[in-house]
Design a protein around this ligand. Structure first.
Ligand code: HEM
Length: 237
């Protein structure tokens, strides 16, 4: 029985957060931001296979420029107690994204690394959080847990839509991760532990706020990409 007014029902705020876990709170309090980032004409058209491959390479070129800022930041903080649990080489995306770009564009693939305006804003924000370990963790969460969650769906649909082999979509392939599901569970456990041990209530609020900001930056990137859709639409099938 958990009747209202009994002693058992009086839970201290930090207990509430602790029992539910910070990872669950983060997910809940960003669900709306995720949903709007997810709803983009660009992704919908890319996934149904109706766009020229240049749509994919333009997306990957943007993603490359984001990881080019984020991955060195994570490396620089890999011994910091708040960042260490997440700094796992199995996640590295820069070589994978570069390999996909090379495959589709050849040796000159670096010429495609031209930032859209939203990419510049996103990369600037990543650079701005470099000295804030919790900020690096949030952006790590957004990109890598996103790649390990929705990214796996994206990979499957892209492969199906374009008739490609899934393994050749290396940007969303984690060869060193045996089970993305189990990895995600472990990642959330790390988030719970780091929040419990290192982040007070105000820092946890800032982390949630930064995650929402990160989703908005992603949404803006998709909006920039959506504006370019007409140039990638193939002839009617
Ligand atoms: C087409 C676009 C997208 C699709 C289809 C998609 C789909 C999904 C799906 C199916 C999940 C799993 C939800 C669950 O476990 O119940 C997920 C989780 C997640 N996605 Fe996305 N997503 C998209 C875009 C994004 C973007 C732009 C970001 C941010 C960079 C992102 C970050 C995340 C994160 C961090 C999670 C894990 C949430 C958590 O469990 O804490 N997603 N996504």
């Amino acid at each position: 029985m958990t009747g209202a007014g009994t002693e058992q029902s009086q839970v201290r705020p930090e207990q509430q957060d602790g029992e539910r876990g910070f990872a669950a709170r983060l997910r809940e309090q960003t669900a709306d931001a995720h949903a709007s980032a997810e709803r983009s004409p660009f992704m919908a058209e890319l996934l149904d296979g109706s766009l020229d491959v240049a749509a994919l390479t333009t997306l990957l070129a943007q993603v490359h420029q984001l990881y080019a800022v984020l991955e060195p930041e994570v490396d620089a903080l890999r011994d910091h107690p708040e960042v260490a649990p997440f700094a796992d080489d199995a996640l590295r995306r820069l070589p994978a994204v570069a390999a996909d770009l090379h495959e589709h564009l050849g040796d000159g693939w670096r010429e495609a690394l031209v930032p859209l305006p939203a990419t510049t804003r996103y990369a600037d924000r990543l650079a701005a959080v470099a000295g804030w370990p919790a900020g690096v963790v949030v952006h790590h969460y957004l990109r890598y847990l996103g790649d390990l969650s929705g990214g796996q769906v994206v990979r499957r649909l892209l492969a199906r839509g374009h008739g490609w082999e899934e393994d050749r979509l290396r940007s969303w392939t984690f060869e060193a991760v045996a089970s993305p599901k189990r990895y995600r569970d472990g990642y959330r456990a790390h988030l719970d532990a780091v929040a419990r041990e290192h982040w007070d209530a105000a820092e946890r609020d800032r982390v949630v706020e930064e995650a929402r900001r990160g989703y908005r930056l992603n949404e803006e990137l998709f909006a920039d990409l959506s504006e370019l859709l007409p140039r990638w639409r193939s002839a009617p099938r």
